[in-house]
Each structure stands twice: as C-alpha cells, then as structure tokens.
Design a protein around this ligand. Structure first.
Ligand SMILES: NC(=O)c1ccc[n+]([C@@H]2O[C@H](COP(=O)([O-])OP(=O)(O)OC[C@H]3O[C@@H](n4cnc5c(N)ncnc54)[C@H](OP(=O)(O)O)[C@@H]3O)[C@@H](O)[C@H]2O)c1
Length: 297
C-alpha cells in the first residue's frame, strides 16, 4: 500500500481516523478538502487538494498521480451549492469519471446500508445511485455499507452532549428504528484492512456488535438523562422551521433526523467487520470510555 491515496471527507469521523492511520504508516496521502484547517495537526503530514463536492472540476487536479481513491465525503443535508442528490449521486459519478480518466486503479466508496433507489430518505436514494455508478465503473472497487457510524466529537454525539444539558432530552420520532452502530475508529481499521488485502472484497457491510433502537442509542449518548420522544410530524415541522431560520447553522435538519426513523440493520451483523480482523467495540464501551476521559480532565 505505497501508492498515493486520495481521501475525500478526510475531516469527517471516518476520514480523520483513516488519515491518522495512514500517515502513521508512512503512506503518502492527499486530502481533497474544503478547508485544510479542519484537518488539524495532520494537515502538515498530507498533500492538500482544495476541492468541493459541488465543484467537480476540482476533482481533476486532486487525482493526479493517485493509485487509490477513498471517497468518504458526503452530505446528509442540502448545502448552498448543492442538493443532497448533487453532493452524493452526481458528485460520485463525476469522481468516478475523474478517477478513470486519471488512471486510478482502486476506488473505495462509502455508501450506506439499505440504500435503494426507492428508499424513504433522500440520502439513501442518492447513495443507491452512486453505488451503481461505482459498480459499473472499470475501477477495482470496494463498497462499504455502514449502518450508523459515530465518534466521540462527531456531530451526533456532540449534539446529544449539548442536549444532555437540558432537564429532558428531546428525541425526534418514537425511537423504535433499529441500528447496529459502529465506532468510526473501527470503520477506519476496516478500510486499512481492505487497502492491505491481496484479494479485497467487493462489498463490506459495516455493522457494530449490537443491535440497538434509536432510543437506546440516545440514552447511551445522554448518559441516562430523561428522553422525551417528539412525534415525527411535530419534529418535521419544528426542524423545517429551524432550517428556514438558521440555514446552514441549523444543528439538525429533517433530512438528517429522518435517517434515524428507518431501521438499518444487516442479518450478517458484524461478520464482515470481523472477517477483516477488526473486533468492533460496543457503543456503551466507546461512549463510557469517552466520558471517563472527559471526567478525568
Ligand atoms: N455517519 C453515519 O451514520 C453514516 C451512515 C451511513 C453511511 N455513512 C457514510 O459514510 C461516510 C463517512 O461518514 P462520516 O460519518 O465519517 O462522515 P462525516 O463525519 O459526516 O464527514 C463528512 C465529510 O464530508 C465532507 N464534505 C461534506 N460536504 C462536502 C463538500 N461539499 N465538499 C467536500 N467535502 C464535503 C466533510 O468535510 P467538511 O469538514 O468540509 O465539512 C467531511 O469531511 C460518508 O460517505 C457517509 O455518507 C455514514
């Protein structure tokens, strides 16, 4: 694994964990980023290509001399310069096209578990289209299909840490949908294992060791604070009003909240993760350890 690896989404939950692993091993890494400062201390250890999913011409420069692309960048909300469909489906199509033209050999793509073109949510519909583009390309591809990914400091845990300061924590929906949450650090270990594999799998379902309802995950994230379900029609109206008022500063959008309304589980559980030699941790272990570290500071 000594060829140049281009990572999109390098500032995200999985991307930041992956960059740390690859630079520690001396692998040459280039990151396609909107704002290099968000790479933190790693920004001095990687090549930087300024780019944006909403600006496909920026992909061409980023691909120069690259052997492998790990395409993690995505958006579960509309942005000023692109809709969810443009940032996920069309951008992936343009990313694959740029990779083929640049002579890239391998393309690792993060889709989403259960993505179909008739899924209830816009993100999963657009990921289904993107998956199809990747599968039909001439590139040696691996598609990762995560259930739910989380990290200490990620958006989901941060929002809940703030909500836990309230006397009762509002939860969008009734919290019955089921997930198999996987720690972003474990997901990054899976990517490294695929990069190292002599015969890499075409598809990896990224699911953690436990099946939890949305309500159970929220209870873990807010450490036992009382949780109040907000029925979906009320949540949808409130979140849409907040989006209209706050635009990009809205802490959560309805499109994001709706993702937690639909069960996203695989019968295979964490089998694919373990087949890559990764022992995934439970959410209780990971969030409990993070709380312990915070209390010790
Ligand atoms: N998190 C989950 O539960 C989950 C579930 C299923 C699938 N997935 C997929 O797994 C992958 C990794 O997820 P994650 O949780 O690590 O993602 P994340 O933390 O939400 O990070 C998203 C990344 O995409 C970048 N990005 C967003 N809009 C961009 C744009 N317009 N141009 C360029 N970069 C842009 C962000 O960069 P900035 O720093 O500039 O914002 C960030 O680096 C994603 O493809 C996601 O869709 C995630």
């Amino acid at each position: 694994m000594a060829d140049l690896v281009l990572i999109t989404g390098a500032t995200g939950q999985v991307g930041s964990a992956l960059v740390r692993r690859l630079t520690a091993r001396g692998v040459p890494v280039r990151c396609l980023v909107r704002d290099p400062r968000r790479l933190g201390p790693e920004r001095v250890r990687v090549q930087i290509a300024l780019g944006d999913l909403a600006d496909p011409p920026s992909f061409r420069n980023a691909m120069r001399g690259v052997g492998t692309v790990v395409h993690l960048a995505a958006s579960a909300r509309d942005q000023p310069n692109g809709s969810i469909e443009e940032l996920n489906a069309i951008a992936t199509w343009r990313m694959v096209d740029a990779a083929e033209r640049a002579g890239v050999e391998r393309f690792l793509f993060f889709s989403a578990l259960g993505a179909t073109t008739h899924h209830r949510t816009r993100l999963r519909r657009s990921k289904a289209l993107a998956e199809r583009v990747v599968a039909e390309s001439g590139l040696a591809a691996t598609v990762f299909a995560p259930s739910m990914l989380y990290a200490d400091g990620g958006r989901w845990t941060t929002v809940h840490r703030r909500l836990a300061l309230l006397p009762a924590v509002p939860m969008t929906g009734l919290g019955r949908a089921r997930f198999q949450p996987l720690w972003a650090e474990d997901a990054a270990d899976c990517v490294v294992a695929v990069l190292d594999a002599a015969d890499p799998p075409a598809r990896v379902e990224l699911a953690g060791p436990q099946t939890l309802t949305h309500a159970e995950m929220v209870r873990l994230a807010v450490a036992g604070r009382p949780v109040v379900p907000v029925p979906p029609p009320v949540a949808r109206t409130a979140l849409r009003a907040a989006e209209a008022a706050l635009a990009a500063a809205a802490p959560v959008t309805w499109d994001e909240a709706e993702l937690l309304e639909v069960s996203t589980v695989t019968e295979r559980g964490s089998a694919d993760v373990e087949a890559l030699g990764v022992r995934p941790r439970t959410m209780a272990e990971v969030l409990g350890a993070a709380r312990g570290r915070a209390a010790a500071r």
